[in-house]
Design a protein around this ligand. Sequence first.
Ligand code: V47
Length: 355
Amino acid sequence: MDKIIEKIKNNQRINFNEAVKLYDMDLFTLGELANKKREKLYGKKSFFNINRHINPTNECKDICKFCAFSAHRKNPNPYTMTHEEILEIAKKAISHGAKELHIVSAHNEKAGIDWYLGAFRKIKELYPKIHIKALTAAEVNFLSESNNLSYDEMIDLMIKNGVDSMPGGGAEIFDEKVRAKICKGKVSSDNWFKIHQLWHERGRKSNVTMLFGHIENRENRIDHMMRVRELQDKTGGFNAFIPLIYQKENNYLEVKNFPTSQEILKTYAISRLLLDNVPHIKAYWVTSTVNLSLVAQEFGADDLDGTIEKESINSAAGAKSANGLKLEEFIHLIKDSGFIPVERDSLYNELKVYE
Ligand code: V47
């Protein structure tokens, strides 16, 4: 273990086996190593943005076992918003100060590609300054396949219709065996990376998530991070790595053992240490709970996502995030935990420092 600590302290890269071994380190030594890296990059600053999540449809052709959001037997409430409804939500969010719309949908075979793209185009026509973070690689793959478009053509259409950056969803766990068990039929891991690579090659930014705490093991998580590090070495296009903690309600995935808070904090810390080329580690409070994401600030995380306003995907599976967080509360929580809240834009330019 001493050798690994030495390497980390000397800013040398750790490899797969060393990263797996870090899980055996005691939490506080590991946390301190990750915190040192985080402090070197950002001091006590913790980033967030004022954003609004919009999930315009839950009608999905795929059945991911972990998903409680899509309309199915356990959640029999299919909906598809009209463009007018989406625009109304955008208008309200922007009037409340939102600078980013995070728009993610299910894979709706009835809606048509112009329903997806037209929504972004209309939002941008009315609100040219708003940042649209939309379409996961899983959606891009679905729309490409169902419209006979190459990924290149799809990406051209996204840019033409006003998408600014891509969210990190649909990554789940990249290990093919685990993927086959939890989300068979969804975009393959290779294609998930292909889509993000093409996006980055257009000079655009994206995020990458990792859904953990279900049937995967520690090796699968490290493998996931290693694949991220590899593409990031080539493109530098990922802004943030976002570990998502599995929520267990209203879905079809049978999970017996859930990760302890210790395991979750170790995962944040290891991601900070292993992903030396990814600028931000996001503790997405929706899945980690607000309290644990505040603690995660001392274990390598420097970003807490945003105020969100409304959230449907994780709250359907049990997360307490349906109505977002109030800005004042968010700021107070970060301050009270000993960090400096920094409102950022979607590309991590600092907008306001709350000293
Ligand atoms: O890909 C679905 C996950 C993701 C469950 O890029 C679940 O800034 C936990 O990608 N338990 C969508 N997670 C959300 C997402 C995201 C969130 C916040 C910020 C960003 C970003 C991206 O939600 C899906 C899937 O991995 N998810 N069901 C569940 N039961």
